[in-house]
Write a protein that binds this ligand. Structure first.
Ligand code: ZN
Ligand code: MN
Length: 445
């Protein structure tokens, strides 16, 4: 739970793997989990001496799209830089990334917290490449580390927020909204179980009223679910509070989230940007982007969740709350709109379809919009059964079955199934069990 003695300050770093056909700086195919380790590599993504990288245009366009969708300013003069560090999953000894001039910067994303809009600043959106993947395993009783370079140089977009988030719950809302936008753009599946979206909150606490940032921050690395981000933030809030209460300052460090122990564990002290010795990538010329190119990329951006919610609410006469539910998943939003166009022939209004989908949660994977509309038509005939007719039928049933009524009133509520059956015998056309159940419950009170 949120502590009261301090204010929580959270910024997020999010890495999103783009689902392009090929990798970022070579033409190796985008790997899947089914591919055998180290089969999708070449001298470029292995970082062999003399190999020259050449950037993936599609990936850069997708990165710019994400930037535009997050209201960023797009840098027309940009270039790649080398971020130098050693790690076994990074065979080149550096990652090609962006530092001084990311493709996008100074943007924002508005989220809704309990119906109140809040703006989360986006510091930067930049393009880089992924590393290989290390797996620590025990083989024949020996502990080994295995390395797979299939993932090496897969296009990665890094999104960094301002420290505008105030709780684990807010972080979750922000991330949900961001994931939706990325999926709407179609640039990545943003599937966290497959590692397409990796989350790193940085957390610190300050006394209420303080507007400057705390002198420390703790980063929790590579979390793969929104729920764990929330938990990690809550865990850190408590840990920092205890230290601060004792007059200590938490150490600036990187920690990892242990999902089995439900806690964060210290990994290493945090490095500063200058430790990476960034410098322009000499093998790739600067990237110049014209206003025409930006406009062209912008024109390809489909309707995003926030606009869709507004349009659904206005065009279909539904509440924004329901419009939000219907747009959470793009597939559901398309299904809803298809059902609306089929529904016209049946005289079914969008509001009816919206309510049906929201209340009955049909499995849209197994249903065609036309089938759904037919179902609504059938069931609405039932719903149109006059209230008085239903009431008098139920009254008859109650009179004929005094024992069942008494049983229900004494707490054996499951007997309602029997009474529903009896009512349906009186009214063979009444197919909507829910309507009967509701009326029965009301009349049995
Ligand atoms: Zn390659
Ligand atoms: Mn990064």
């Amino acid at each position: 739970m949120k502590n009261t003695n301090y204010e929580t300050v959270v910024g997020m770093e999010i890495h999103v793997e783009l689902s392009t056909a090929t990798k970022m700086f070579c033409r190796c195919p985008f790997p899947t989990l089914q591919d055998q380790p180290n089969t999708l590599t070449c001298p470029i993504c292995l970082g062999l001496p003399g190999a020259l990288p050449f950037p993936n245009k599609q990936a850069i366009e997708s990165c710019i799209q994400i930037g535009l969708a997050l209201n960023c300013k797009i840098n027309k003069d940009s270039f790649f830089e080398r971020k130098n560090y050693f790690y076994p999953d990074l065979s080149k000894g550096f990652q090609i990334s962006q530092y001084l001039h990311p493709f996008g910067e100074k943007g924002y994303l508005d989220i809704k917290i309990n119906g109140v809009e809040k703006r989360i600043g986006i510091t930067r959106v930049h393009m880089e490449e992924d590393t290989g993947k290390l797996t620590h395993a025990t083989v024949k009783g020996r502990e080994v580390s295995l390395i797979d370079f299939n993932r090496s140089s897969v296009p990665l977009v890094e999104i960094v927020t301002e420290p505008d988030i105030r709780s684990g719950e807010e972080a979750k809302l922000f991330l949900t909204e961001l994931q939706k936008i990325i999926r709407y753009l179609g640039v990545s599946d943003a599937d966290m179980e497959k590692g397409h979206m990796r989350l790193e909150p940085n957390i610190s606490l300050r006394p209420p009223g303080q507007t400057t940032l705390p002198k420390y921050k703790v980063e929790v690395k590579n979390i793969n679910s929104f729920k764990f981000v929330d938990k990690a933030i809550q865990y850190e809030e408590k840990r920092h509070e205890e230290l601060l209460d004792k007059g200590e300052t938490p150490i600036q460090e990187t920690r990892g989230w242990n999902e089995f122990k439900n806690k964060t564990v210290s990994q290493r002290s945090k490095e500063e940007a200058h430790d990476y010795r960034y410098f322009p990538e000499p093998d790739i010329p600067p990237i110049k982007i014209t206003q025409d190119q930006i406009s062209e990329i912008e024109n390809k951006i489909p309707e995003l969740p926030a606009e869709k919610i507004k349009r659904f609410a206005i065009d279909y006469g539904i509440t924004e709350y329901n419009a939000e539910i219907l747009t959470r998943d793009l597939k559901l939003a398309h299904f809803f709109e298809e059902a609306i166009s089929v529904g016209i022939a049946y005289n079914i209004v969008p509001l009816t379809i919206a309510n049906y989908i929201i209340n009955k949660k049909p499995n849209i994977e197994e249903l065609l919009p036309a089938t759904l509309v037919k179902k609504i038509k059938e069931e609405s005939t039932v719903l149109q059964i006059d209230n008085n007719v239903l009431e008098s039928a139920i009254r008859t049933v109650m009179e004929k079955n005094p024992q069942a009524v008494a049983d229900y009133k004494s707490g054996k509520v499951q007997i309602i199934g029997f009474l529903i059956g009896q009512t349906r015998q009186v009214l063979p056309n009444a197919k909507d069990t829910e309507q009967i159940r509701k009326k029965l419950t009301e009349m049995l009170e």
